[in-house]
Unconditional design. Structure first.
Length: 272
């Protein structure tokens, strides 16, 4: 077995100067054959074996240290048996009843709908114009030319507002008592007579239906509702103004989440 070594006599030995590796027989003197100086063993022989043993021992010591450390950490992290405390079980808290859930909107067949609602007087604001334009956009079978004329009329109007909102029961197409008496009372109030007495004012009656059922039937029922209210205004409420009856058909314009609120007739007044 050969032993590899290097001479460290850099000032007086060419082998050391060139960094050459020297091979010596096992058991031979550890001296440089060039200069006779002691050499440093780099491989083979007893020193290599010693180095290997030292490295293995070092690895074993490190592994043992890691094992002992992990055991100590686990021991210190776990609670003592006497100190262990039971975690109380979570108690479910009952939720308070939700009173905001919507109730059924469709009234029973024998229960009349709520009465007409009087709208508060208000100036022509951008929101009012926007609401009117939204209704114009919803009008079925409206040509672009007619829509443009209505748009221009809305923009030029001196005053406009919704004065009455009349709810209808499911399937109901004609205005009935006590709604007829309430509409008559409202049209004779000071808030509305200022429009009724000005013959330049125009009354617009919009009939709506919900989206349930056949679309053509819903359009027909919205038309019957609007015509019924228009006829009542002319015959019983002394309204001499021009009245336009407009069927809106199936709609979610009034309320997307409540079908009953779309079964209505709206009465608007417009002062050109």
């Amino acid at each position: 077995m050969k032993v590899t070594a290097k001479c460290m006599n850099h000032s007086g030995c060419l082998k050391a100067f060139r960094g050459e590796t020297i091979e010596l027989d096992k058991g031979a003197p550890l001296v440089c054959p060039e200069c006779g100086k002691p050499v440093s063993v780099t491989g083979g022989g007893a020193q290599s074996a010693i180095k290997a043993v030292v490295i293995l021992l070092g690895i074993g010591v490190i592994a043992l240290g890691c094992f002992v450390a992990s055991k100590m950490l686990k021991k210190s992290g776990s609670p003592k048996t006497g100190d262990a405390k039971e975690t109380p079980a979570a108690v479910a808290t009952p939720e308070p009843p939700n009173n905001d859930k919507p109730e059924k909107t469709d009234p029973p067949a024998n229960e009349p709908p709520p009465g007409p609602v009087v709208q508060e007087d208000s100036p022509v604001t951008p929101d009012i114009r926007k609401e009117v334009l939204a209704r114009i956009d919803e009008m079925p079978d409206l040509t672009p030319e007619k829509k443009d004329r209505l748009y221009n009329a809305v923009q030029r109007a001196r005053e406009m507002r919704k004065i009455i909102e009349i709810p209808f029961g499911s399937g109901q197409s004609r205005i009935q008592k006590p709604a007829t008496d309430e509409v008559k009372r409202i049209t004779e109030s000071p808030e509305v007579t200022k429009f009724r007495d000005d013959l330049t004012a125009i009354f617009v009656v919009l009939g709506f239906a919900d989206t349930k059922g056949n679309k053509a039937q819903n359009y027909s029922i919205s038309k019957e509702r609007a015509n019924s209210v228009k006829d009542h205004l002319e015959r019983n409420c002394n309204v001499k103004n021009i009245i336009h009856s407009v069927p809106m058909g199936s709609s979610t314009l009034v309320d997307r989440n409540n079908a009953a609120k779309n079964r209505i007739v709206e009465i608007w007044t417009v002062l050109p």
